[in-house]
Write a new protein. Structure first.
Length: 238
């Protein structure tokens, strides 16, 4: 398959709508042209791994479409969701910058599209563009802060509050401006993994929220009907 066929349906970096929110926001036009000409692009089906925990990184991935979960395997072999990714997010950069293997896996929650930039091209860019290197440092700092906050919440908040907080997080990450009701397709296993509880416990608390008309459910689909009340629940122990 030629590079033109591989990139069919993918945006050029120069005109990509995700550029303004990603690490390439401060790239010069000629830098973006080099990245576009050298990158490879792939469509991932639901459940397919973009990269896997324990593998060696050879570059970074830029998500252009779809939703992705970042997961780790615990000591008992159980999956733990550590965060989610949205279009415009950069994946795999921490392992590449620290020259270590991936500490987590990136799994498509739905059909996704991602562009791959090789370590050579990425390292060339950050060595020459101070603003891109600065943005990378900011991303690393924010990721550390998010991890610390997640650990604190898991240690102090009851499950009901953690589930409410998780739903609010998903709404803020994937919801559209002025959207009247936010809906997301999320398995009960993934929700339980996200908040660190058993699937049965997650189902029970979702049922409670449904009975209180704060959410509605249909199969794996969850719709938030009353986000203000959900925020109140999530902040009860703050």
């Amino acid at each position: 398959m030629s590079s033109i066929e591989i990139k069919s349906g993918f945006p050029e970096c120069q005109t990509c709508s995700c550029k303004k929110d990603g690490i390439f926001a401060h790239c010069a036009l000629e830098e973006l042209e080099v990245i576009t000409s050298n990158k490879s692009c792939t469509t991932y089906k639901r459940g397919q791994a973009i990269f896997q925990e324990g593998n060696k990184p050879f570059g970074i991935f830029c998500l252009t479409e779809g939703k992705v979960k970042i997961t780790k395997i615990g000591s008992e072999g159980k999956e733990q969701i550590v965060r989610f990714a949205k279009p415009g997010d950069t994946l795999g950069y921490r392992a590449l910058m620290s020259d270590t293997r991936y500490s987590a896996s990136a799994i498509a929650l739905e059909e996704c599209k991602a562009c791959f930039i090789s370590s050579h091209d990425f390292n060339e860019l950050i060595s020459k563009n101070y603003l891109v290197a600065k943005d990378m440092m900011r991303m690393l700092s924010n990721a550390l802060a998010d991890a610390e906050n997640s650990l604190a919440h898991l240690a102090t908040k009851p499950v009901r509050e953690r589930i409410a907080e998780a739903l609010i997080l998903l709404m803020r990450m994937y919801g559209k401006p002025n959207e009247k009701q936010f809906s997301i397709s999320l398995s009960r296993e993934d929700l339980a993994s996200m908040v660190g509880t058993a699937k049965e416990t997650a189902i029970r608390f979702l049922s409670e929220l449904k009975d209180e008309e704060i959410i509605s459910t249909h199969g794996s689909n969850i719709t938030i009907l009353n986000p203000d009340e959900l925020v109140k629940i999530s902040q009860m122990y703050d």
